[in-house]
Design a protein around this ligand. Structure first.
Ligand SMILES: [Zn+2]
Length: 239
């Protein structure tokens, strides 16, 4: 069965492959929910649909906690508590799941390494991007990144708490727009994530420009409350 997938749009991706899933068939029993809240049998079925579409039998999943822990996957094991994962082993597939947070794939120019990062506002502010780049065995200047579907800057209203904590990064004010309501801001999380990647030295940052909140094609926690999760999966091709 073919699935509705977004392929990471790097220039010259080489052997690095990365795809983001979508909601599948909105509102249908056929929705491709890859979140852990799903009944185990249904989750196993949805993972099997994904595996068959991407030609994999196993993926390294994470238990994400909006933290800054990074996992190195030398092989695929049980789910690990972390918010980013990287591998330098061809064929090992790694994944993060999201519904509004930004999934980011980072790839080395020589295709020797790939990472995926769960970038919600909290983990990003606290340094999950920098923590990941710090673990990779290549310089940031040799990396490129692609931002998968997440909530866009017109849809994401936040309070002063987020505005103040995000200010740890000097360019943060450019990513907030006052709404006119007291203490309310529109936060451009994709721009914030891209900016933090750039400040950390990543020269090429590409965007899917897909919004989970205003496009029905995706799950959105903000829009729907209890909802499913999409996955971003990446690996180094064996060829
Ligand atoms: Zn939007």
């Amino acid at each position: 069965m073919s699935l509705d997938l977004l392929e990471a749009d790097f220039s010259e991706p080489g052997r690095i492959r990365a795809v983001s899933t979508t909601r599948g068939s909105p509102g249908d029993d056929d929705e491709l929910d890859l979140g852990r809240s799903k009944a185990p049998k249904r989750l196993a079925e949805n993972r099997a649909r994904l595996f068959s579409a991407i030609g994999k039998t196993r993926v390294q999943w994470l238990r994400q906690v909006h933290g800054t822990r990074v996992h190195h996957a030398g092989r695929v094991g049980d789910a690990v508590e972390a918010d980013a994962v990287w591998t330098d082993v061809p064929g090992v597939a790694i994944a993060v799941t999201t519904a509004d947070c930004i999934p980011v794939v980072v790839a080395g120019s020589a295709c020797s390494v790939v990472a995926v990062i769960h970038c919600g506002w909290r983990g990003t502010v606290d340094g999950i991007i920098e923590a990941t780049l710090g673990e990779l065995p290549v310089e940031a200047s040799e990396l490129k990144a692609w931002l998968g579907p997440g909530i866009c800057g017109r849809c994401y209203e936040v309070g002063t708490d987020v505005y103040e904590r995000a200010a740890i990064w000097a360019n943060a004010p450019r990513t907030f727009t006052a709404t006119g309501a007291e203490g309310k801001w529109l936060f451009d999380l994709p721009a914030y994530v891209a900016g933090r990647l750039g400040s950390a030295g990543v020269p090429e940052v590409y965007q899917s420009n897909a919004c989970t909140f205003h496009e029905d094609r995706f799950f959105s926690y903000r829009r729907d409350g209890a909802t499913g999760r999409m996955a971003m999966i990446a690996w180094i091709d064996l060829r």
